[in-house]
Design a protein around this ligand. Structure first.
Ligand SMILES: Cc1ncc(COP(=O)(O)O)c(C=O)c1O
Length: 422
């Protein structure tokens, strides 16, 4: 049978727009990228272009369905390439980073010990099994590397049972969602390797700001959220070693994850590869949107984007430091490398009230609270009180975060609004 593929109608988008322009609402200053970034033009265009063809994935012989299946699998390839997947890695589409790390937690071989730090987002603290080791928040990146080496040496010390070496997984963030500070991922990976451990990197906050390459960093797993990477529509991804994933029970049981289902209740052969953990109809538009942004970032001058973001970040941090009633939160020293995130408190003011006032009076959106990293945020609030000598700091914080489309005017509006709170 011959199927004629009808060309899609021209997408309804301005041809002059650039792929990494972001959508937004005039007048509204969005400084909450770390929670969810705005939609990139590339993602919106890719979805608009595919929508007329929208049909089932992996489940239809029709022309539309075949095109959608192709688009989904191409998206997998693009996202995998963007994140430096090795030839035998799996690229599993998930809902977000939380979902990706929960999938990895379910795929751990029995007896695996997971080692994390207390500075992680809840998504990288809570999924891990009992018996996991949580190392204290270090005061500087080098201390993290030393603490990990010491912990792994201890875990690898032969016990009474001899030289049995149960698996160890180190799970760390690439960049903190509270402070934006970057963690020494490559060094931690080297330490993990030295002790025969695997390492997973929560790249939810790092990937939107800097290239992250599993092979180059020599990390075993990467988890990323599309909605933080300018790609709405609800896709995330887990990239990494296929062996644990193929040996694990499927994350979800259902259609698409099997290679054979017999009449008897438990007569099931589960698929291997990404399909094993992607039961049910997949999120085509999410995957396509994410791939479109990845492709646009590959084409972009990332060094120039980084430079522009760092200039804005420096402007924001300088401005915050100049306000005597505002105190920045930080884990490492003030000069530690970081992505476009700054958390702070306004002395004497409730953070939720400040966020509401910034929104209501100034049309500025920031985040307030403990940022789903309660142990770290509480610790940094205590540390900020000690460093500033102030006794009137509130128990929760504010966070401003920037990225593509952020401008000096946005930063200055926030600084002026904060100054007005004095
Ligand atoms: C560092 C970090 N990890 C994981 C997550 C969880 O991401 P998601 O809510 O997209 O699953 C977040 C979200 O803020 C984050 O900042």
């Amino acid at each position: 049978m011959t199927v004629t593929l009808v060309p899609p109608p021209a997408p309804h988008v301005a041809r002059t727009a650039r792929p990494l322009d972001v959508l937004g609402v005039p007048g509204q200053v969005n400084l909450d990228y770390a929670a969810t970034a705005p939609c990139a033009r590339a993602a919106a265009d890719a979805v608009a272009e595919l929508l007329p063809w929208y049909a089932s994935v992996h489940r239809g012989a029709g022309a539309l369905s075949r095109r959608c299946t192709l688009a989904y699998e191409r998206a997998r390839q693009t996202v995998g390439d963007f994140l430096g997947a090795r030839a035998d890695d799996h690229v599993v589409f998930t809902r977000n980073t939380t979902d990706a790390l929960n999938l990895l937690a379910r795929a751990l071989p029995a007896g695996t010990t997971v080692v994390t730090f207390g500075g992680e987002h809840h998504a990288n603290l809570l999924p891990w099994p009992r018996g996991s080791v949580r190392l204290p928040v270090p005061r500087e990146p080098a201390e993290a590397v030393r603490a990990l080496a010491a912990a792994l040496a201890e875990l690898r010390r032969p016990g009474p049972g001899g030289d049995h070496r149960p698996p160890v997984l180190v799970a760390v963030t690439g960049a903190s969602n509270v402070t934006g500070e970057r963690w020494p991922v490559a060094e931690l990976a080297r330490v993990a390797r030295r002790y025969g451990a695997r390492i997973a990197v929560d790249a939810a906050q790092l990937a939107p700001h800097a290239p992250v390459d599993a092979a180059a960093l020599d990390v075993d797993y990467l988890a990323v959220s599309g909605h933080k990477l300018y790609a709405p529509f609800g896709a995330g991804v887990l990239v990494g070693r296929g062996d644990w994933l193929d040996a694990a029970p499927p994350y979800l049981a259902g259609g698409g994850a099997t290679s054979h289902v017999g009449a008897a209740t438990h007569d099931v052969r589960w698929a291997t590869g990404p399909a094993r953990h992607e039961a049910g109809t997949p999120n085509l538009l999410g995957a396509v949107a994410l791939a479109a942004v990845c492709a646009a970032l590959v084409e972009a001058d990332r060094a120039a984007l980084h430079k522009a973001e760092q200039a804005l970040l420096a402007r924001l941090r300088r401005g915050v430091a100049a306000l005597p009633h505002v105190v920045e939160l930080r884990t490492f020293g003030p000069e530690a490398p970081r992505v476009g995130i700054v958390s702070f408190v306004v002395a004497g003011r409730d953070s939720a009230d400040v966020a509401a006032e910034l929104a209501g009076t100034h049309d500025i959106g920031v985040r307030d609270g403990l940022f789903c990293a309660h142990p770290l945020a509480r610790r940094l609030l205590d540390e900020a009180a000690a460093r500033s000598g102030r006794r009137d700091l509130p128990p929760t914080a504010l966070r401003a975060s920037i990225g593509l489309g952020s401008t000096a005017e946005h930063v200055d509006r926030l600084l002026a609004a904060l100054a007005a709170l004095a």
